[in-house]
Design a protein around this ligand. Structure first.
Ligand code: F6R
Length: 592
């Protein structure tokens, strides 16, 4: 949600800022804006797309400095006035912001007393004015920033410049990522490194309560007290942060097809020379704990459901919680619980809320995330990266498979069970088979269900966990109402909804539950449902829709999740929907 880009001293800040905004648009936004300095501060902003914004800015922009923003409305409706950048009352400060200011009402009252007035409803505009107030009072920007850090509660990544200095960008950070890119004769700012990789591979990541003074040939980082901080520069693996579509029409299908390489990369990272390669202290802490608590949201929560089973297999009891539920009623089963948080983005606000509680209670914890340098990565006790490469499509696919794979490896490492690695490789053969041979069949199913209003997924055990994920994927990108039901629960209520023609998609890949699932199929068929069955060879019947080779049944979420992902993709595609950016959703959910 929301994206920031900024450039100073660059040959063409416009080119960088607009390309950057396009690159960050996967995070989700409803309005976009840019500001630069040329005979004073110039601001262009509007509701709508970055393409629309580009059509309203001058063709040639002569400037040394520029900031840009994509906004996903939180405080105040998505209107032109509320769109960033925001300008202070006396037109001295021009700012963009990611995050949420908690005490903005109190700060607004203070400014109203000082005779400031406001044109919009955002918390950001208040910060523009607060900065201006202290800039005018103290006579310099550094002291004004120190006051902001002291007074402002909440999360923020601010980037701004002043009307008095067209050669300096300021970047301030707390609990919302902000990265500085170092160039030759120019320097850049962005909310993640991806917009900058075309221009540099040298970065500085700001830590919380730090700020950067960014000029074209110099970057100085300060702490909250205004003392200079020496920071390491880092470089990033270009392939992993590239947004190149590589010839695919959409990121979603590209990312589905990257599943095998994602799994293989995890194996080569965390399993070398016949041994699991996890931090021994992490493994000791996991072994010593008597209960594992999984906390996550959405798709990552679904991965946690599967992960819980993996730990149970190695005699660790486990509970699973949705982050936004746990945050308000935290429970800690066991005497020595260990918390595993899962988050593709590492920036999910609900989970960051949980981490605060986890730390207050001194609980051992681990984050499994795809985003190195993210808030959860930096603030958790242990962190394991998914190394999946940036996931641009809002609908998570390869990251889900990576989460499940990594959880399986971590659990297996507790008992040094290396048979998992062969099982994973076998399940990849199934994935390749699906990619190479099953897409036309999945497209045919997609065509049959695309005009339906409701459908059901059924499964038991691992197949139920997979059904939950399959159902979420379908509803979020095709807007078809879909529910996942454990086969055994059908008769306890949901069967009332089964009527003639309703599609029911059934997974039968678990030998323990296969015969019960066949019973469920009869129940829904006899009430008129149109059943599509996905089964493994040994458990299959000739009438099944998709029959795949056998694999270790506990790896369904690795082996056959692609079927569910392709199905959602083809349904959305055939309905002409925006596959990569479904309505109302953002890739990184940075507000609770
Ligand atoms: C669905 C999806 C979401 C995310 C959820 C948590 O395809 O992507 O349900 O899984 O918003 O996000 P992360 O994993 O970034 O914490």
């Amino acid at each position: 949600m929301c994206g920031i880009v900024g450039a100073v001293g660059f040959i063409s800040p416009k080119e960088y800022v607009f390309k950057g905004l396009k690159m960050l648009d996967y995070r989700g936004y409803d309005s976009a804006g840019v500001a630069y300095f040329n005979n004073g501060i110039q601001i262009y902003k509007d509701v709508g797309s970055v393409e629309h914004l580009l059509s309203i800015v001058p063709e040639t922009i002569n400037t040394n400095i520029m900031i840009g923003h994509t906004r996903w409305a939180t405080h105040g409706a998505p209107t032109k006035l509320n769109t960033h950048p925001h300008l202070s009352f006396n037109k001295k400060i021009c700012i963009v912001h990611n995050g949420v200011i908690e005490n903005y009402k109190e700060l607004k009252r203070f400014l109203l007393e000082k005779k400031y007035s406001f044109y919009g409803e955002t918390d950001t505009e208040i910060i523009a004015n607060l900065l201006e107030y202290y800039y005018l009072e103290k006579g310099n920007v550094i002291d004004a920033i120190k006051m902001i850090i002291l007074l402002v509660k909440g999360s923020y990544a601010f980037t701004f410049f002043t009307s008095d200095d067209a050669n300096t960008l300021y970047a301030i950070k707390k609990a919302s990522p902000l990265v500085i890119g170092l160039g030759n004769g120019f320097n850049l700012v962005a909310s993640d490194a991806s917009p900058m990789i075309e221009y540099t591979n040298e970065f500085i990541e700001l830590d919380d309560l730090e700020f950067g003074v960014v000029k074209k040939d110099k970057v100085v980082i300060y702490n909250k007290d205004g003392e200079e901080v020496k920071k390491e520069t880092i470089s990033k693996d270009v392939e992993l942060i590239s947004h190149d579509l590589k010839g695919y029409p959409h990121y979603m299908i590209k990312e589905i097809e990257e599943i095998p390489q994602t799994v293989k990369r995890l194996i080569s990272t965390y399993f070398q020379k016949g041994k699991y390669q996890f931090d021994p202290e992490l493994i000791d802490d996991l072994k010593e704990s008597d209960h594992i608590i999984f906390i996550a949201c959405g798709t990552s929560y679904h991965a946690g459901l599967v992960g819980g089973r993996y730990f149970e297999k190695y005699n660790k009891s486990a509970s699973r919680f949705i982050a936004s539920e746990w945050a308000f009623h935290p429970t800690y089963p066991g005497k020595k619980p260990f918390i595993i948080m899962i988050s593709q983005s590492g920036e999910t606000a609900d989970l960051i809320h949980c981490l605060k509680i986890i730390k207050e209670n001194n609980l051992k914890n681990l984050i499994i995330t795809n985003t190195g340098g993210s808030t959860l990565d930096r603030n958790s006790m242990y962190s394991l990266l998914l190394h999946s490469g940036v996931e641009v499509s809002v609908a998570s696919t390869k990251a889900y498979v990576a989460q499940v794979t990594l959880l399986a490896m971590l659990a297996a490492s507790l008992s040094k069970d290396v048979s998992l690695i062969d099982d994973l490789m076998d399940s990849l053969d199934v994935v390749y088979d699906i990619q190479n041979h099953y897409k036309p069949l999945i497209m045919r199913v997609a065509n049959k269900i695309k005009d339906k209003k409701n459908l059901f997924y059924l499964g038991r055990s691992f197949d139920y966990f997979l059904s939950l994920e399959a159902s979420l994927k379908l509803k979020e990108i095709s807007y078809i109402h879909s529910e996942a039901i454990p086969g055994g629960e059908l008769k306890h209520g949901p069967i009332a909804l089964i009527e003639k023609g309703i599609p029911v998609i059934v997974f039968i890949t678990d030998p323990e539950t296969a015969s019960s699932m066949r019973g469920n199929i009869e129940e829904v068929k006899s009430r008129g449902a149109k059943v599509y069955t996905i089964a493994t060879k040994k458990l299959s019947r000739p009438e099944d829709t998709i029959i795949v080779e056998d694999y270790a049944y506990y790896l369904s979420s690795v082996a056959v999740s692609s079927i569910a992902f392709y199905l959602a993709y083809y349904v959305a595609l055939s309905k002409g929907l925006n596959v990569d950016k479904p309505r109302n959703l953002a890739k990184s959910v940075t507000v609770e």
